[in-house]
Ligand binder design. Structure first.
Ligand code: 5GP
Ligand code: MG
Length: 200
């Protein structure tokens, strides 16, 4: 494996750092160590899925999954939710706007009507909150019956805008993370655990 030096060639077992018992991997030029293991992730996602099933009894929510980062979280979350539901996918594209706010996000590929629907937005991570702020304001213009936010990771220290997350898996410190769908320059999305940038 040229890009994940800690990965054993035979399978998915990762090298263990003996001193901390944390698994370490290298992707491109950076080293990461485990922050949340796959068992903890699935327990939390299962619990949130059950909560959503209870909250939406008798409804047919529309899970709106924000690609690319949320694809694994979304796949697990929708299977953990027993309610009747629909699933749709969008991408957010950013461009340099003419407004002083700078970057503006636009919605790409939304091919289902949202008007009157109970929408659950599924997002991988909220950092500054800028992406969600723009997206939610666009989404509200489409007149859904309700909007709730299901988010895998939130970095409270990095938030620039107040953000109410209805279903949150984990709060983390303000460090770059990869794995479970999240990438570093294209790599690491397939890792079952979540890794944080290592100190050294
Ligand atoms: P925000 O607009 O909230 O600052 O950033 C949101 C987007 O930035 C996320 O949807 C994600 O794509 C990316 N992002 C923010 N923090 C991280 C991180 O720690 N790791 C990775 N892989 N992406 C991140
Ligand atoms: Mg994202």
């Amino acid at each position: 494996m040229p890009f994940l030096r800690g990965l054993k060639q035979s399978g998915h077992l990762l090298a263990v750092n003996d001193s901390s018992m944390k698994k370490r991997i290298t992707a491109h030029d950076l080293t990461f160590e485990t922050l949340i293991d796959s068992g903890e992730i699935s327990a939390k996602v299962e619990a949130i899925g059950r909560q959503i099933s209870e909250d939406y009894q008798g409804e047919r929510p529309l899970f709106l999954c924000v690609l690319n980062g949320s694809f694994i979280f979304a796949a697990d979350l929708v299977r953990a939710s027993a309610c009747e539901c629909e699933v749709a996918f969008i991408r957010l594209a950013s461009y340099d706007g003419t407004e002083s706010t700078g970057k503006v996000k636009t919605v790409l590929g939304l091919d289902v009507p949202v008007k009157g629907r109970h929408v659950i937005v599924v997002e991988d991570i909220i950092d500054s909150g800028e992406t969600m702020r723009h997206f939610l304001s666009d989404l509200k213009k489409m007149e859904p019956a309700s909007i709730k936010l299901a988010v895998l990771l939130l970095k409270p220290e990095a938030l620039k805008y107040p953000m109410e997350v209805d279903y949150l898996c984990f709060e983390i410190e303000d460090k770059f993370v990869v794995g479970y769908g999240l990438d570093y320059d294209g790599l690491c999305r397939n890792l079952p655990d979540i890794y944080q940038l290592a100190e050294s």
